[in-house]
Write a protein that binds this ligand. Structure first.
Ligand SMILES: NC(=O)c1ccc[n+]([C@@H]2O[C@H](COP(=O)([O-])OP(=O)(O)OC[C@H]3O[C@@H](n4cnc5c(N)ncnc54)[C@H](O)[C@@H]3O)[C@@H](O)[C@H]2O)c1
Length: 267
């Protein structure tokens, strides 16, 4: 079940911002354990190399490359390098993304542009350069990472650009899925809720909790109907199902991995 032997997976943001498991790192490791060869990119080579070390220690196959996924020339060259090393790309996981707070008034124009590039242009560029290869293969599986911020808005902490971009990813995935459905290429979105990834300690504890990590973790846990944040592995397992042969009839849709948050509505 859910084996990926012989498949090549290109994963963007395959490192993690801090110690522990980010969504891209866990996804790369899980897909490798299921038999896929991994080609991981990250803007920070050391972060991608850490993931490569874990996968190789497990006996898996992984190559990594530093790449700023907002840069078209760099993305194109990196995809060429993946094809030179592995000869094909069966799976594309667009994981790069991140939030910045602000409303239309408080957010600077530069930050809006940066958020759009970080959260939307990255997957546009990856798809632009990978889809022709998948089309030639007659097979491809793409998963884009959105966020609960696309579905639930906060008056306390608005993220106008992040929410807009992440909801845009849902539309991007559907549009791509329908354009390529008859060509054997599937495209879906995973929508994580509040996940306890290194981002929480590395960035959020400092920016929104005055350094009080324990209080932030307790607050995030309490906001989820099941009583705790998810982990990067919860995201990785949803990605695995969508890119697997078992998920062959699923395209143009979303899996929400949020412990019930979106179903619970506003609180
Ligand atoms: N952590 C959460 O609670 C959460 C919730 C909802 C959605 N998400 C989404 O999941 C995805 C991953 O989140 P995470 O918390 O695991 O993040 P993370 O920051 O730990 O990992 C992302 C990796 O991407 C890399 N990166 C950043 N900019 C890049 C660029 N331009 N090109 C290439 N690599 C780049 C970073 O160096 C980092 O290693 C994001 O799209 C995020 O929006 C996360």
């Amino acid at each position: 079940m859910l084996r990926l032997d012989g498949k090549v997976a290109f994963i963007s943001g395959a490192g993690s911002v801090g110690d522990g498991w980010g969504n891209g790192k866990a996804t790369a490791t899980l897909l490798a354990r299921q038999g896929a060869s991994i080609y991981g990119t990250d803007i920070r080579l050391d972060a991608a190399e850490e993931t490569r070390g874990i996968i190789r220690q497990d006996g898996g196959i992984c190559e990594v490359q530093a790449c700023d996924m907002t840069n078209s020339a760099a993305v194109s060259a990196t995809i060429d390098d993946c094809l030179a090393k592995f000869g094909r790309i069966d799976i594309l996981v667009n994981n790069v993304g991140g939030s910045a707070p602000g409303t239309a008034v408080s957010m600077s124009e530069d930050l809006w542009d940066t958020q759009m590039a970080h959260n939307l242009k990255t997957l546009f560029l990856a798809c632009k350069h990978v889809l022709p290869h998948m089309e030639r293969q007659g097979d491809g599986r793409i998963v884009n990472l959105a966020s609960i911020a696309a579905l639930r808005m906060s008056a306390e902490r608005p993220h106008v650009a992040y929410s807009t971009a992440k909801l845009g990813i849902v539309a991007f995935s559907k549009s791509t899925a329908i354009a390529y459905a008859a060509k054997g290429i599937r495209c879906n979105t995973v929508i994580p809720g509040l996940m306890n990834t290194p981002l929480v300690e590395h960035r959020l504890a400092k920016t929104i909790a005055g350094g009080n990590l324990a209080a932030l973790v307790a607050k995030r846990d309490a906001a989820v109907p099941v009583g705790r944040m998810g982990t990067a592995w919860d995201v990785a397992h949803a990605v695995l199902f969508l890119v697997s042969d078992e998920g062959h009839y699923i395209t143009g849709t979303e899996i929400i991995v949020d412990g019930g948050m979106s179903a619970a509505g506003m609180s």
